[in-house]
Write a protein that binds this ligand. Structure first.
Ligand code: G
Ligand code: G
Ligand code: NA
Ligand code: MN
Length: 254
């Protein structure tokens, strides 16, 4: 309860903001896009959401946090476009509770349209738990509607939850994100390597692409390159950064 009140206050104080972490094409080295990650300012600085994670389960707060993130992402992206920066797509994480409103897809599409952005500018990341939740029907409908309009859909933390391979046929995923626990063990665990290779083969066989999360070392990068991974994300490239640092990063990177 204290956490929920804290988050409500943070929303009022404008103390919720996206940080951005780049995702890089393995082959060309170009920026594929950035993942928007929620940060909140507790008075001592910008914090990762661990302490307020329960807020994502509260239907009202989850919707408010999601709306705030989407509004901030759209404002940031609009500003970067005006500067002529090639930012790529922005990926936004969406929690199960945000799908409880059945018009969720249309609200997102309308926001993009009002800002003069296109659905192709946006990526939606969902975890396996989102598609297994009580809102599964809404989720399926919303994801298909977004995908039909050109929004990319990514299945986050792939391989760590309870989703079955059946979901890969039922939902329109463009991307599988290999969870960072597999990437972390790549160099020391042949089984992690085998799983990563199999996931990449599975994705490519279905004409989907793969992002490896949590890439921290050059040796992990080398293994992922040999396995045919499409895109990498992790501290090796950059930690999540405030919006103000994205233009300089983008200019320096190309
Ligand atoms: O850096 P990191 O600690 O940011 O993120 C922790 C967890 O919080 C991750 O599982 C991430 O997917 C999730 N998360 C980060 N930002 C958001 C957001 O805007 N919405 C939702 N629903 N989850 C987020
Ligand atoms: O669940 P999701 O994949 O959205 O969460 C992303 C989380 O992973 C965020 O908390 C982000 O800060 C964190 N993260 C991003 N890159 C790295 C990395 O290279 N190493 C570790 N340990 N965490 C990372
Ligand atoms: Na994510
Ligand atoms: Mn993830």
């Amino acid at each position: 309860v204290a956490v929920l009140r804290q988050v409500g206050q943070a929303l009022m104080d404008d103390a919720i903001a996206p940080f951005y972490q780049p995702k890089i094409f393995m082959e060309s080295g170009e920026i594929e896009g950035f993942e928007a990650l929620l940060r909140w300012n507790d008075g001592s600085g910008w914090q990762a959401p661990a302490a307020i994670e329960h807020a994502f389960e509260d239907p009202t707060l989850a919707v408010q946090l999601g709306e705030r993130m989407m509004d901030r992402v759209i404002a940031d992206l609009t500003g970067w476009r005006k500067l002529g920066l090639n930012i790529g797509r922005i990926a936004v994480n969406v929690s199960a509770a945000e799908f409880s409103k059945s018009d969720m897809a249309n609200r997102i599409l309308a926001k993009l349209d009002r800002a003069g952005l296109s659905p192709g500018d946006l990526d939606i990341e969902v975890t396996e738990s989102v598609i297994l939740g009580t809102q599964a029907t809404h989720v399926g409908h919303a994801l298909r509607r977004l995908h039909t309009q050109g929004v990319s859909i990514a299945l986050d933390d792939f391989g760590t939850g309870y989703a079955s391979l059946t979901h890969l046929r039922q939902y329109p995923f463009d991307w599988l994100k290999i969870d960072r626990s597999f990437v972390r063990d790549l160099e020391v665990d042949a089984n992690a390597d085998a799983i990563v290779s199999a996931v990449i083969g599975l994705a490519h066989g279905m004409s989907r692409r793969v992002v490896a999360e949590g890439v921290e070392t050059v040796s992990q990068l080398d293994i992922l390159r040999r396995r045919g991974c499409d895109v990498v994300q992790g501290y090796l490239v950059s930690r999540p950064m405030p919006a103000s640092r994205v233009p300089a990063f983008t200019r320096r990177w190309v």
